[in-house]
Structure formats: C-alpha cells, structure tokens
Write a protein that binds this ligand. Sequence first.
Ligand code: 13P
Length: 288
Amino acid sequence: MIILGEFMLVNFNDMLKKAKENRFAVPHFNINNLEWTKYILEVCQEKDIPVILGVSEGAAKYMGGYKTISGMVKGLIQELGITIPVCLHVDHGQTFETCKKAIEAGFTSVMIDASRLPLEENIKVTKEVVDYAHQYGVSVEAEVGHIGGTEDNITSSVTNATLEECMAMVQYTGIDALAPALGSVHGFYQGEPNLDFITMKKINETLPIPLVLHGGSGIPDDKIKEAIACGISKINVNTELQVAWSDGVKKALAEKPDLYDPRKVIGAGEEEMKKAIIQKIELFGTKK
Ligand code: 13P
C-alpha cells in the first residue's frame, strides 16, 4: 500500500476479502481518459465505496503511459479530496515487463493475462509476476481459460476454465484473485450471455481467493446478481460506460453541431456516464 498524505492507493486485497465474505462485488471500471477517471472517483466518493480503476495496455498507451496515469490518479485523489480506497490496476497485462513497468510507476495491482498460452506456461509467467509484485505489496489477478470477445480492438474466442485448472493456478502461483473464463465476453454479446454458474459456485467454494467476472457489460441484472451469489467479488465494466458516455456526447453534438470546446464536447458525456456508474454500484451492492 502506498500512503500519500491523507489519501492512498491500495491493492485490492482488503476490499475483495470483504466482498467475498459479505457477498457483494467491487466495481472495476476501466479508465480511458482524465474525465472518466474524475467521474468515477467523484461518484464512488459520493457513494462512499471502494473502487478499482482498470487500465488496459491500449488505454495506457493512449493516455501516455503508466507514469502519466499514476500521476493523474494521485493528483485527482488529492485535488478532489478523495478518501475512499482506490486501487490502480493493470487490466490484462500481457507480459511480465508490462506489469513491472506499471508497478514501478506506482500501480498497486496488476492482472497478468497469459491465458493465450497453455496452462503450464500461463502458470509460469503468472508466478514470475506474483513473486515480483508481492515484494511491493501489489496484488495480482490471473486468468484461466480464455475470456473472449473484443477488447482494445482485438477479438478472440472463449475457452471455459475448469475447476482443476483454477486449483492448479492458485496452488502454484499464490495469486490474490482469479478470473475464470465461464462464458462472459468483452464487448457486446450475441444473444443472451451463457454463464456457467455451476462451475463458478464450485470454484468459489473450493478456492480461498476472490473471483473476478470480466465482460460485465450487457449481462442482464438477474445474471449479475446470480454471479455475485455464486461468489463473484469483482466485476469489470468498460463497454457500457463507453456507450453511456458516447450517447451523451452524440446527443449534445446533434443538438449543438457548432460545439468545439473540448471541455464541452467531452464533458457532455458526464451525466449519462455517471448514471451508468451509479446503476452498476447499486446492482453490485458494493459496500465499504
Ligand atoms: P466490458 O467491456 O464487456 O464491460 O468488459 C470489461 C472488462 O472485462 C475489462 O477487463
């Protein structure tokens, strides 16, 4: 944990432990720019709940790198008087080097996603990241099976995880949270999402660590509630916030086509996006 004056960035261990014990989920909202980060922090502070800010490799590149993002988040926390626990997390880090770079820049949590590799190699890379990250108190999430769909403009297919694979990953690596692929996808769903709740429940009952649901957009509310009841403690959301934000911007530009001030163009998505954030927090039942 990095404590800076009266505000702090934390790893996700405490918040997810409470979520697992009390059957709610902590939101992982992806950030894509300064405005998004500000809106998310403001809403979560207002609701007095912990939050995980997720940064994909593509978003890190877009925003100018991990140091830039870390500085931006710490600055916002200080300037906005944010006192809730905030975890700054790498989303789908593909390599050890990515995770190391982010940790050096002040990220307090990483996801190493080597799920494209066979399980043994996935475990090997994940263990390297755990050994490095834990020296700095940084939490580590890993993926077993493969969560498909489209993220950062890359599309891939789904491979579901098995209980045995999840047990091996946890036993050999010492990770802090696990994202088992169980039918959810990144981006939009074709038809109804088909989540394997039976395996989800079994994994949760067998493993001591919190479980993560990726592809949190587009899953009907009743299925999100069932996933939480089956032991999901962290839910990742990006696409639904993108849609809400861009709906607000499109509406403003349609009403006033001569808008040119970037603060007014980008800022036009604030209300819609904040509504979407509140809806997720209430659905997830997030508490401090
Ligand atoms: P969505 O874009 O489907 O919300 O998924 C986000 C996600 O899982 C990030 O890791």
